[in-house]
Design a binder for this molecule. Sequence first.
Ligand code: PMP
Length: 353
Amino acid sequence: MSYFRTAVDEMTGYIPGEQPKPGTPITKLNTNENPYPPSPQAIEALRQLDGEWLRRYPDPFAKEFCRAVSEALNVPPDWVIVGNGSDEILNVLIRACAEGGDRKVVYPMPTYVLYQTLAAMQPAAVVEVPYPEDFSLPIKALAEAKGAITFIASPNSPSGHTVALDDLRKLAQQVSGVLVVDEAYVDFAESSALPLVSEFDNVLVLRTLSKGYSLAGLRMGFGIAQPSLLKGLFKIKDSYNIDAIATIVGAAAMRDQAYKNACAEKVKASRAQLTTDLKHLGFTVLDSQANFVLATPPTSPQTNAEQLYLALKARGILVRYFKQPGLEDKLRITIGTDEQNQTLIEALISLLK
Ligand code: PMP
């Protein structure tokens, strides 16, 4: 006898990347955090916080943060939904749109594993459409799958590629339900799908403060969509999903676009250098628009990707290894500081010798 719904018994929970205690001497290149600290203005806002803010319930819609998003991205403040990480908004979207029967969840593969986990929880049927080798968007197959909700991560994880705006526009026209463009890594990319939000009432663009803004520990993400789409999501989100601290600190970070952009420029320069260095070692590296690269190590009987992952871990360097079809021969490596990347390269040189 189980205490749980059949769907819960049958699903596999999402397995997050390893999170060693802060202060552990480790080169942590496994969960795509930003290697630079949060904006000094965000830290100052945290220091200034008054106990009174914590005594009272927070604003249910985190309006102060929505105003900051409105100023930074030039969207109306009531086109913004805020979540406890963008993961929470993904959860709300699934609960609002998907269920058994025809209300399917559709996405190209490989992509962010949580889409599958959330669909299994609902439960809702999933249609996974493989990306071709060149990672062009399989628009027709995605549209024909008739998802109640279709997820496209752009830049995608773990490939790092960006989907062209015109392809997303075609998909928005052709899908039956909601199209979510998950832009968790957009701060390191050259293009965004944000313009589609004013063109289509079925498009939601999802952002996070975890990557570009160096605030993964704050847990803050937000979606941008027309109010008619947000209406259904507001009905089911927790009343006070964003705490008072996150609202204030997140708003200060959002208002400091210059700092966020300067850190992103450093990450992009390091990404180019790391890509070159890995290629020199014989890795195949996909062009990335994110703060990580997907790299295939040179094959030899002694070193496959999983063994390299374990050997790096033994040396205190964490990268991400996914034991799933199409990815077993690859490592996803977060872009660290130049010093951290150099530590990785030196370890690889000695391991591949
Ligand atoms: N989308 C993608 C594609 C991601 O890789 C992640 C981070 N694991 C998220 C969303 C969730 O980020 P967060 O909940 O920290 O905002």
